[in-house]
Design a protein around this ligand. Structure first.
Ligand code: NI
Length: 179
């Protein structure tokens, strides 16, 4: 088990586009996935993208292990299955936009209100090379869009419409938005 250092905003690797993964499945990739899962769990993250640990590959992990496990940073959100997604592709379904507070392990201690597609279709590969394909909405949809943005070098403040809804978690009086 290896908990990796998470790069923080300002590190140039976080705004680089990532490369397609071409070696799935492989031992090297499995090691990277394990490190990402360990690092996400150790930081109570809802998700983590490979570039956040300095690996510029199209790979994200997100979700929670089971229905009963609680995520301390997002205690009130619906369950998202623990997912390892390689070379993900997202397509919005409809034009509905939802705005909600997001945080990022690369921007510790801060939160911001970010607009996202309410409903998306996404697909990619699991570590064995099987296709994962889902239609999701709500928190699940937001997490996937946030993590996949990392693969294009986009951090959530770059998506924000109103910087008055950006601040330190400890100072924000109303951390829950009216969704
Ligand atoms: Ni993030």
């Amino acid at each position: 088990m290896t908990i990796k250092t998470i790069l923080r905003m300002g590190d140039p690797r976080l705004i680089e586009p990532s490369q397609e993964v071409s070696d799935a499945p492989s031992l090297e990739l499995n090691q990277l996935i394990e490190d990402m899962l360990d690092t996400m769990a150790a930081n109570n993250g809802a998700g983590l993208a490979a570039p956040q640990i300095g690996v510029l590959k199209k790979l994200v992990v997100f979700g929670m292990k089971d229905e009963t496990s609680e995520n301390e940073r997002y205690p009130d959100t619906e369950h998202v299955p623990l997912t390892i997604l390689i070379n993900p592709e997202i397509k919005p379904i409809g034009e509905d936009i939802i705005e909600s507070w997001e945080g990022c392990l690369s921007i510790p201690g801060m939160r911001g209100v970010v607009p996202r597609y309410a409903k998306i279709h996404y697909k990619g590969l699991d570590p064995k090379g099987n296709i994962i394909e889902r239609e999701v909405e709500g928190f699940h949809s937001i997490v996937v869009q946030h993590e996949c943005d990392h693969l294009d070098g986009i951090l959530y403040p770059m998506r924000m419409r109103d910087m008055s809804y950006f601040g330190f978690e400890e100072e924000l009086s109303e951390p829950e938005p009216d969704q």
